[in-house]
Design a protein around this ligand. Structure first.
Ligand SMILES: *[C@@H]1O[C@H](CO)[C@@H](O)[C@H](O)[C@H]1NC(C)=O
Ligand SMILES: *[C@@H]1O[C@H](CO)[C@@H](O)[C@H](O)[C@H]1NC(C)=O
Ligand SMILES: *[C@@H]1O[C@H](CO)[C@@H](O)[C@H](O)[C@H]1NC(C)=O
Ligand SMILES: *[C@@H]1O[C@H](CO)[C@@H](O)[C@H](O)[C@H]1NC(C)=O
Ligand SMILES: *[C@@H]1O[C@H](CO)[C@@H](O)[C@H](O)[C@H]1NC(C)=O
Ligand SMILES: *[C@@H]1O[C@H](CO)[C@@H](O)[C@H](O)[C@H]1NC(C)=O
Length: 555
């Protein structure tokens, strides 16, 4: 916390003219370096931020301006993305290789962004190489502004839980495997805030302490590389209050599925006998059953946790139906006041006419004996120059061709694959429907930057236009990441009202790394500051645009 200062608006106005000056600024200075960690009990080289794994938590409030000066002490280029933070008008700092130049070893870069009109639980993580397999991730809480009522009583305390699958191999070894055209295979275990425990482990220390009769908010994110996780507390139910930035209808759950890239908040009341309890996380829809426990205790608790764990949900096809039902039970609380995404546009999203439908199918290929993944027959390749910058500097045609990915893949193209930078041209303010189709036997998770979307349907089988009749057009959760079950599809609706270049990607890190991603270029025809910030003066440049004259800033 020592590196965080809130300083007055007057001091700051001269520092950065890009954002609304009346909102407070939070400053951070982060040192990214290698260090020893052992999330599964096996020592390995991890990525620490200011000496920590998971990295420091950012605790901010809607509309705050966040300034993070990141010093890269690794031996590889590095970038962080702020998953789910919409970066309104500001894809310049989105932290993906298609939007900005990576921070070179020994250099630093200062992210400056505003958490405009958002609340909820988010996390940041590295997008470069396979750095996420080594750490570099942390929680970002966005609190509601003081005058905005929150639809539940202030909890006694908030606890952050970053959990996910983990590999004991070094990230460089994992990357070398992918570069060699092979899969990194199944993970070795599940970590929970850098720990993993077994039932009955006498040395295990509690990670959180609750006081009897008080209620706590647990913010939980799946920061893993590929595995969906189910989590549950011994002896305590959970009241769901938030999913990916939306306050939900407050249902009680014994266990919750959380897919890669997703965050949610639950309230847990310490209303049981004062002793230790396990928090359990186990893998879902995975060939290898993985499980970890950590201890939550009560202040003045007298006894160890019982060895009997709450059972996982079913894990076969019954388990898929169970999980789909749980997805459908997540509803947006329409009467709670909160910062809302796209407040003018899509609040009554069910009444807006769809202007474009994108049907995106994931698939895997062997190209010259090497494993690749793609979308509609295109396997994305990152180049040396960020796509956003080549487009802005007017040299797009030298680097990529728009719309290699068609809105729908024709059956005869299904097995073809093109390896190229993948950019889909989108019309500013279009209301689009994206159908994610999954013909494979493994679960998928998809994430869109720059926007939230309404997850209106998740169903088994094949999508047809008639399926629109079953969409939830009333109170679907507004979110940024959605799962697609094996041999199933998912539909989301969103207004593309944030000008910029936005990553749409698989949250399965291996798949994204090997091509299952694309960029949506949402261009405002105006080139106006009303729609998009200008390229920050101090933005680092790289690749073919480095020595080109800078276009005139937006006015
Ligand atoms: C987070 O911010 C909120 C709102 O400013 C504050 O009430 C709370 O104490 C902060 N929590 C931590 C852990 O800093
Ligand atoms: C790097 O850090 C220095 C020292 O804090 C700062 O003055 C400078 O603006 C930073 N550079 C970038 C590109 O953010
Ligand atoms: C929704 O939010 C309102 C307003 O804060 C609250 O009174 C109500 O209990 C919530 N509804 C549900 C079903 O959780
Ligand atoms: C889940 O399914 C696998 C494969 O069918 C089976 O081996 C395993 O025992 C099951 N695990 C649980 C917890 O039901
Ligand atoms: C939506 O489309 C229908 C049918 O084409 C049309 O009648 C209606 O006016 C449209 N609504 C809006 C809000 O544009
Ligand atoms: C991109 O979309 C705009 C607006 O729909 C259109 O005018 C333009 O020709 C498109 N460009 C390409 C390369 O497809």
């Amino acid at each position: 916390m020592s590196s965080k200062k809130i300083i007055s608006v007057a001091l700051v106005m001269c520092l950065w003219a890009g954002t609304l000056a009346e909102d407070p600024y939070l400053f951070f200075e982060w040192k990214v370096e290698y260090g020893n960690i052992s999330p599964l009990g096996v020592p390995q080289q991890g990525i620490l931020i200011n000496g920590q794994f998971p990295g420091p938590m950012i605790n901010c409030t809607s509309n705050n301006n966040i300034v993070v000066n990141v010093f890269n002490h690794l031996d590889e280029p590095f970038l962080l993305t702020w998953s789910g933070v919409q970066q309104r008008k500001n894809s310049w700092q989105d932290g993906t290789l298609g939007t900005m130049c990576p921070i070179m070893p020994g250099r630093n870069y200062t992210y400056k962004f505003q958490v405009k009109d958002q609340i909820g639980s988010y996390f940041y993580y590295p997008t470069t190489a396979l750095h996420k397999a080594a750490g570099g991730m942390g929680m970002l809480r966005i609190q509601s502004r003081e005058l905005i009522p929150v639809p539940f009583d202030t909890p006694a305390e908030e606890f952050d839980v970053l959990l996910g699958d983990w590999y004991n191999k070094n990230h460089k070894a994992l990357k070398a495997t992918l570069d060699g055209g092979r899969s990194i295979g199944l993970p070795d275990g599940i970590q929970i805030n850098g720990n993993s425990g077994k039932v009955g482990d006498a040395d295990a220390k509690p990670i959180f302490t609750m006081e009897a009769s008080k209620t706590y908010r647990y913010r939980v994110c799946n920061v893993g590389l590929r595995t969906s996780v189910n989590f549950r507390f011994q002896g305590h139910s959970m009241k769901l209050v938030e999913v990916e930035g939306s306050h939900t209808v407050q249902n009680e759950y014994d266990s919750l599925d959380l897919h890669v890239g997703q965050c949610l908040s639950v309230l847990v009341t310490a209303d049981q006998e004062p002793k230790d309890y396990y928090l359990v996380a186990s893998s879902r829809f995975s060939k290898k059953q993985l499980q970890s426990v950590v201890i939550i205790n009560y202040a003045n608790g007298k006894a160890p946790a019982s060895p009997e764990l709450p059972p996982p949900p079913p894990n076969n096809t019954v388990g898929v139906a169970w999980s789909i039902n749980q997805f459908r039970s997540f509803r947006w609380n329409l009467t709670s006041s909160a910062a809302r995404p796209n407040p003018q546009g899509s609040y009554h999203y069910g009444k807006i006419n769809i202007t474009r439908t994108l049907k995106l199918a994931n698939s895997r290929y062997q190209v010259g004996g090497k494993l690749k993944f793609g979308i509609n027959g295109v396997s994305h390749v990152d180049g040396k120059t960020p796509l956003k910058l080549v487009e802005y500097f007017g040299v797009a045609e030298k680097v990529f061709q728009y719309n290699l990915v068609k809105d729908e893949v024709s059956p005869k193209e299904e097995n073809k694959v093109t390896e190229a930078p993948s950019v889909v041209n989108a019309t500013f303010r279009n209301f689009v429907e994206i159908i994610f189709e999954n013909e494979e036997k493994s679960i998928q998770t998809w994430h869109l930057d720059g926007h939230s979307f309404f997850g209106v349907a998740v169903e088994a089988g094949k999508w047809t236009p008639e399926k629109r009749k079953n969409y939830n057009l009333l109170d679907a959760v507004s979110r940024h990441t959605i799962q697609v079950y094996p041999k199933s599809w998912a539909a989301v609706l969103t207004t593309l009202d944030n000008a910029g270049m936005w990553s749409l990607r698989s949250m399965m890190q291996e798949r994204a790394y090997l091509g299952q991603q694309l960029y949506l270029s949402v261009l405002s025809p105006e080139r106006s500051l009303r729609d998009e910030y200008s390229l920050p003066e101090t933005q680092q440049l790289c690749g073919i645009i480095q020595n080109l004259p800078k276009p005139a800033p937006y006015v």
